[in-house]
Ligand binder design. Structure first.
Ligand SMILES: NC(=O)c1ccc[n+]([C@@H]2O[C@H](COP(=O)([O-])OP(=O)(O)OC[C@H]3O[C@@H](n4cnc5c(N)ncnc54)[C@H](O)[C@@H]3O)[C@@H](O)[C@H]2O)c1
Length: 326
């Protein structure tokens, strides 16, 4: 069964590719390589020992996307194409609205024209913003605190309205918390980490000697040690969550559902640092910086809905071997 993964050369998209491949699907990639390159395609070919079909295309190119969807017998789309840097979205909101919100609209138009009406959308915990009641579940209030979070909420709304207007559509929005780690081979990492300042990759770089310290953005939050709380989920668990979502969306009609994908545990940045120091028996020097624009103080998920309905459960832990950082 042919499944199109937009943004399939990116960190999450490429890990989804591997999960789909391992579960008997035939994934096909669309990517404009704005935040990735064909090295990731080669890595996927090494891992799967098979040719990887991909198209260099922007999801906002409606005609080209319609043609790709039609000529490849695509059954459903996993949309993981988008920009993701919260602080950048605060500085350059138009860049984010143009690519993320408009990107989803244009992709849906192409899908509608190609009569492919099933989508799994990569949303984000950032839709919840500065949540007052934790953990957040799918019914929690959504008040994003960054343009990035707003683009995800807008995209969900557009998808939802489309399902209401045309019952042939079915859609699932997966709200990812903080994906970290790599697949077993260690190849499919987040190679855009310099820009994102992703804490896990920064820690890796400190341990590898590529950075001399870890920047911690904010130590005056109302948390146990003042640093922000996040819900870190292993990338392979996150990618595997797409299998049951995909099966469900393919079977469904006239349905729009939202699921949190996280671990359900809140961990501060200092706690995360300590876990990796214990794990590697190495010190990770760190420097406190000011709060970063658009960051929520505390964010962790209630994952009961995904466990019950998708039958999915994260199995990898922060202290576990799969999180190996060296
Ligand atoms: N990484 C996270 O922490 C995180 C958390 C929550 C949600 N998300 C969402 O998941 C998705 C994937 O994130 P990621 O971490 O893999 O990011 P990434 O930057 O590694 O991958 C995104 C991919 O999409 C491609 N892309 C961007 N705009 C495109 C466009 N208009 N047309 C075609 N391709 C385009 C990029 O080249 C890149 O390969 C994004 O939508 C992101 O917002 C990520």
């Amino acid at each position: 069964m042919n499944i199109l993964i937009t943004g399939g050369a990116g960190y999450i998209g490429s890990n989804i590719y591997l999960s789909l491949f391992n579960n008997g699907y035939q994934p096909i990639i669309v990517d404009n390589f704005s935040n990735s390159d064909t090295r990731r395609i080669e890595e996927l070919e090494t891992l799967t020992k098979q040719h990887v079909k991909y198209f260099e295309c922007d999801i906002r190119d409606i005609d080209a996307m319609e043609e790709i969807l039609k000529s490849n017998d695509i059954v459903a789309v996993i949309d993981a194409a988008g920009y993701k840097v919260t602080s950048e979205s605060v500085a350059s909101p138009l860049k984010y609205y143009k690519n993320n919100t408009n990107g989803v609209i244009d992709l849906l138009i192409a899908m509608q024209q190609a009569n492919v009406k099933k989508i799994v959308f990569s949303s984000s915990a950032s839709v919840y913003g500065d949540a007052k009641i934790l953990p957040v579940n799918e019914e929690s209030e959504t008040i994003p605190v960054s343009p990035y979070g707003t683009t995800k909420l807008q995209s969900e709304q557009v998808i939802k309205d489309l399902v209401i207007a045309d019952p042939e559509w079915s859609a699932i929005s997966l709200r990812y918390f903080n994906p970290i780690g790599m697949d077993k081979s260690g190849m499919l990492d987040d190679y855009s980490n310099n820009m994102t300042n992703n804490v896990y990759d920064s820690i890796r770089e400190v341990l590898d000697g590529k950075r001399d310290h870890l920047d911690i953005f904010g130590n005056d939050y109302d948390t146990v040690d003042g640093t922000p709380v996040r819900d870190y989920i292993h990338i392979t668990d996150l990618a595997d969550g797409h299998i049951s979502a995909l099966n469900r969306v393919i079977e469904a009609k006239d349905s729009f559902e939202i699921f949190n994908l996280g671990c359900g545990n809140g961990v501060t940045v200092l706690e995360l640092k300590k876990i990796f120091e214990d794990h590697t028996k190495k010190e990770i020097p760190s420097v406190f910086k000011g709060r970063r624009a658009g960051d929520a103080p505390v964010s962790y998920a209630d994952i009961t809905k995904a466990e019950k309905i998708l039958g999915w459960k994260p199995i990898r832990t922060l202290a576990g071997e799969e999180m190996s950082i060296e």
